[in-house]
Design a protein around this ligand. Structure first.
Ligand code: NAD
Ligand code: UDP
Length: 338
């Protein structure tokens, strides 16, 4: 298959490009480099020994996107393009709604005009809200989000579902990611957050390399075994392989399907800290601080559906995730910047 990756220069998109190419598919990348850079694509090309057609295009720019679709016919789209920082979304809600909703609407319009009927969408566990107790099943009713970022995912799921209801040719796969961490084992591609990281693993690895003084564990008094929050961390290469299965599955059916991509195994923040120390034989400077507003105590998937429907399950363990995150950080202390 030939797959267009909207936002394909980013963290998950770049790893997915590698997995798709390894599985024998072709990729085309469209990205405006809002949160990434062309160097990530150059590294994917070096890893796979394949030249990837790529375009600096804002997915909201309908004419420019249409020109790419005309020049590079594809069978399927994976929609990664979006703004994703929870805290920033609270400060700049309009920018988040504008970018995330508009990219989705524009993609749907351009797909229809170019007779592309398959789309795999990067959704998030955040749409389950606080109402649903873990393990989270795809059959649960969506919950109430606590920030504009989460609402954009909630709304985009709705938009894509309505589009598939109206257009019986459309095949929509909503992938609900849990917590992607880790990097390609080569250490040449990985997560490259701009400024101070919001997410746990980049903060851990930047603390280990000395860019941050100390990791603050957000809350030590939750009702969990060690008092810190539980999450479902998944290796980004497992997640990438899940996308390969999803695009192959999208070809075989119509309508909407929702699929969790997680491991189903929860780990606490302190589990991550200690696993990172052990896997990489180092000591992390950390302290327990106050809770972060909006954090759920526990969030993890039931991962059965992905196994049943896609024949996919995560293969890599927490040690792999910690080793590969550190390998990327060590080789690229400033991310993709030289
Ligand atoms: P990322 O920021 O690394 O990648 C997103 C890419 O989209 C970036 O390269 C960015 O430049 C691009 N982009 C943003 N707006 C665009 C636009 N208007 N036009 C063209 N390109 C645009 O993020 P990621 O971690 O790779 O996440 C990919 C997707 O998965 C996002 O939609 C994100 O919300 C979702 N997701 C991520 C996580 C996570 O923890 N990383 C969890 C759940 C869902
Ligand atoms: N976390 C933390 N310190 C940090 C960043 C995150 O203790 O500097 C915790 C956070 O409270 C949550 C977990 O790590 O329990 C994962 O947070 P992240 O932001 O990576 O993902 P989330 O599950 O919130 O989307």
């Amino acid at each position: 298959m030939r797959v267009l990756l909207a936002g394909g220069a980013g963290y998950i998109g770049s790893h997915t490009a590698v997995s798709l190419i390894e599985a024998g598919h072709e990729v085309v990348i469209v990205d405006n480099y809002d949160n990434s850079c062309p160097e990530a694509i150059a590294r994917v090309e070096a890893l796979t020994n394949i030249q990837i057609p790529h375009y600096e295009v804002d997915v909201k720019d309908k004419a420019a996107l249409d020109a790419v679709f005309k020049k590079e016919p594809v069978d399927c789209v994976i929609h990664f393009a979006g703004l994703k920082a929870v805290g920033e979304s609270v400060e700049k809600p309009v920018a988040y709604y504008r970018n995330n909703i508009d990219t989705t609407l524009t993609l749907l319009e351009v797909m229809k005009e170019n007779h592309v009927n398959q789309i795999v969408f990067s959704s998030s566990a955040t749409v389950y809200g606080a109402e649903n107790a873990s393990p989270l099943y795809e059959t649960m009713k969506k919950g109430t989000c606590t920030n504009p970022y989460g609402w954009t995912k909630w709304m985009m799921e709705q938009i894509l579902s309505d589009a598939a209801y109206a257009d019986k040719d459309l095949s929509v796969i909503l992938l609900r990611y849990f917590n992607p961490i880790g990097a390609h084992p080569s250490g040449t591609i990985g997560e490259d957050p701009q400024g101070i990281p919001n997410n746990l693993m980049p903060y851990v690895s930047q603390t280990a390399i000395g860019k941050r003084e100390c990791l603050t564990v957000f809350g030590g008094d939750y009702d969990t075994p060690d008092g810190t929050c539980l999450r479902d961390y998944i290796h980004v290469c497992d997640l990438a392989e899940g996308h390969v299965k999803a695009v192959e599955y999208a070809q075989t059916r119509k309508g909407v399907d929702i699929i969790n991509l997680g491991t189903g195994t929860p780990y606490s923040v302190l589990d991550i800290v200690h696993a990172f120390e052990k896997a990489n034989n180092l000591k992390l400077n950390y302290k327990i601080g106050p809770r972060r507003e909006g954090d759920l105590a526990v969030c993890f998937s039931n991962a059965d559906k992905a196994k049943e429907v896609l024949g996919w399950q995560a293969k890599r363990n927490l040690e792999d995730m910690c080793r590969d995150s550190w390998n990327w950080q060590k080789q690229n202390p400033n991310g993709y910047k030289k």
